[in-house]
Ligand binder design. Sequence first.
Ligand SMILES: NC(=O)c1ccc[n+]([C@@H]2O[C@H](COP(=O)([O-])OP(=O)(O)OC[C@H]3O[C@@H](n4cnc5c(N)ncnc54)[C@H](O)[C@@H]3O)[C@@H](O)[C@H]2O)c1
Length: 337
Amino acid sequence: MSTLPFVENKTFLVTGGAGFIGSHVVRALLDQGAQVVVVDDFNDFYDPHIKEQNVVPFSEYPGFTLYRIDIRDMEALRSVFTLHGPELKTGGIIHLAARAGVRPSLKNPRLYLETNVTGTLNLAELAREFGITKFVFASSSSVYGDSPDAVPFKESQDISKPISPYASTKAMAESLLYTYSHLYGLQVVCLRFFTVYGPGQRPDLAIHKFTRLIHEGKPIPVFGDGSTRRDYTYIDDILQGVMAAIGYEEKAFEVFNLGESQTVTLARLIELIETVVGKKAVIDRQPLQPGDVPITYADISKTKAMLGYQPTTQIDAGIPKFVDWYMNALVKVPITP
Ligand SMILES: NC(=O)c1ccc[n+]([C@@H]2O[C@H](COP(=O)([O-])OP(=O)(O)OC[C@H]3O[C@@H](n4cnc5c(N)ncnc54)[C@H](O)[C@@H]3O)[C@@H](O)[C@H]2O)c1
């Protein structure tokens, strides 16, 4: 990627910067010559050791600062803004910290609400207080809910019927950020990520989990008959979209889909992983899970037209790259999700 003038020598707060997507974003920003302040609480949604490993290489960059802070803790957050607020005016806030995952959100909806909505409110309030304008937010394809007849999903579609607490919190956070853009001129870009994968993918997500279990010869839990479809997005394409969103300045509030605009069935995904791993999967068939949607499928025409987004890695090319990373990571550090 050539140097981006809206990134070089600017300072960004990246919440969730120790996580899967966050650590890729932090690396890309640092490599572009930005200063990066990360706020992450290293919680145990999955093995925090993985997050610790993610941030180790960043200590080599002089422009990197890490705060182990919970975004629900307003006073702790305020202390970060007191120290870095003036610098953040040049760059902005990239808000990726969240309780992720649809199914676990049914078990602990309050934690999802407090993290994903109150946490977002805390950041929006501090942005207002410290005069920071740029705010990029990680939303999700899950906001489109159970709408198989409305594919591919367009940003203009109704998102008032999310079917899991997780999806609901993402829709609420988008709405809250709209209010802050309207009232206080916060310049917000909401990016609706469609299932993201690639090196470092969260161990709870299907591609990572299936690769590990197939490799170990253990049964893989498959929800439904394998006909559910997902638009899987390779991390490099997500990074391309995040960088473009940072440079976007035309409107005070905008929403963009980040997907490949290509769907694959769960059954086909498993075949692809089997082929690359070189082993047959042992299927543990389970009923469809409440909160899961039958299909996600991104219409990316708006993102292409307004952000110049051009995704390049479709699933057939991305799975071998992921499995390659997984096998190499196994050799270096045994992953214990
Ligand atoms: N991975 C995907 O497929 C996907 C799809 C759609 C949207 N998203 C969104 O993208 C963002 C990043 O997802 P990810 O897959 O990298 O997940 P992740 O869990 O790897 O990263 C999230 C990070 O946020 C941190 N965090 C969580 N709660 C926090 C809190 N209260 N205070 C401070 N830090 C906190 C976690 O410790 C973690 O490091 C999330 O907002 C997620 O909802 C991800």
